[in-house]
Every structure is written in structure tokens, then in C-alpha cells.
Design a protein around this ligand. Structure first.
Ligand code: ATP
Ligand code: MG
Length: 139
């Protein structure tokens, strides 16, 4: 059975462009409940831990530099089938390939500056939620 929580980050480029409100509106309009929310800035080391799965990829250096370059908003979101439904809502990694109406189509600048993160599995949703939030920060 699929889990009902996922972890998202609104990435620095989207916070900088003042898209936080519009993106959260779209997320809640799509049936997700916000269970935890935090505005913060990652260090490069923290971004490296978060994206450790990509540490051998050629884009890892750019990715961790970008993700630590400014403010982000992290949220735990709840909905049936959360991981898959949220990835449908955000669209493809590269906004050029993302479907019309998806968050990345609407708000991403490019593949590397693509507005939002979404967990890719229930297991990673749990790991990523624990990365950002303690028990008393969840509702
Ligand atoms: P995210 O994990 O941020 O939700 P994703 O799951 O769609 O994105 P991943 O394959 O996990 O994509 O890659 C993580 C991030 O690394 C992407 O969001 C993107 O910004 C960047 N990235 C992925 N592939 C490339 C690439 N070929 N060139 C440049 N950047 C890339
Ligand atoms: Mg990913």
C-alpha cells in the first residue's frame, strides 16, 4: 500500500521570485494538507546530505551549490497516494518536458532551477521528513 505523506521543498529560485504563496495555494487546492512547514537555508553540506543519492552524478556540485544558495520552504504534505500524486502535480524534472498546469511548468526556470522538490518513494519521504522536522513540529 502506498503511504500518505511526502516531503517537498520550494527551492531558492522560487522563493526568490516570490512564488511561495502561489505554489502553496496550488498544493492545497490539489488536496494536500500541510502537516509541517519551515523556512530555512541549507548549508552546502546539508544540501549534500539531502541529495546524497546523487553524489556521483555530474550535476551534484551545481545541485548542492544551488540548493544552499538561498532560502527554501520545506513541507510535509499529506494525501492518499502522496508521493505519486505530488510528483504528478509538480511535473517532469525539466520544465520543458513538464505538462501544462504543473508546478514546474508554471514556476520553474530550468531543469537545474526547477522550483520544487518532491520525494520519489515512501521510504525517501520518511527519511527526508526526518531530515527537516522533529516530532513536535508535525501536526
Ligand atoms: P527533485 O529530487 O529535486 O525533486 P527530481 O526527482 O525530478 O528532482 P532527480 O533525478 O532526483 O530529479 O534530480 C535532482 C535534481 O538534480 C533535479 O531536480 C534537477 O534540478 C537536478 N538534475 C537532475 N538531472 C540533471 C541533469 N541532467 N542536469 C542538471 N541538473 C539535473
Ligand atoms: Mg529526486
Amino acid at each position: 500500500m502506498n503511504g500518505n505523506q511526502t516531503l517537498t521543498m520550494i527551492k531558492p529560485v522560487a522563493v526568490e521570485r516570490n512564488y511561495v504563496g502561489s505554489i502553496i495555494q496550488k498544493i492545497t487546492d490539489s488536496g494536500f494538507k500541510i502537516c509541517a512547514i519551515k523556512m530555512t537555508q541549507l548549508t552546502k553540506d546539508q544540501a549534500g546530505v539531502f541529495y546524497a543519492v546523487h553524489k556521483d552524478k555530474p550535476f551534484y556540485e551545481d545541485l548542492t551549490t544551488f540548493m544552499s544558495s538561498g532560502t527554501i520552504v520545506a513541507m510535509i504534505l499529506e494525501k492518499e497516494n502522496a508521493v505519486d500524486d505530488f510528483r504528478k502535480l509538480i511535473g517532469a524534472t525539466d520544465p520543458v518536458d513538464a505538462e501544462e498546469g504543473t508546478i514546474r511548468k508554471l514556476y520553474a526556470e530550468s531543469k537545474s532551477h526547477n522550483a520544487v522538490h518532491g520525494s520519489d518513494s515512501d521510504e525517501n519521504a520518511q527519511i527526508e521528513s526526518d531530515f527537516f522536522f522533529s516530532k513536535i513540529e508535525r501536526y
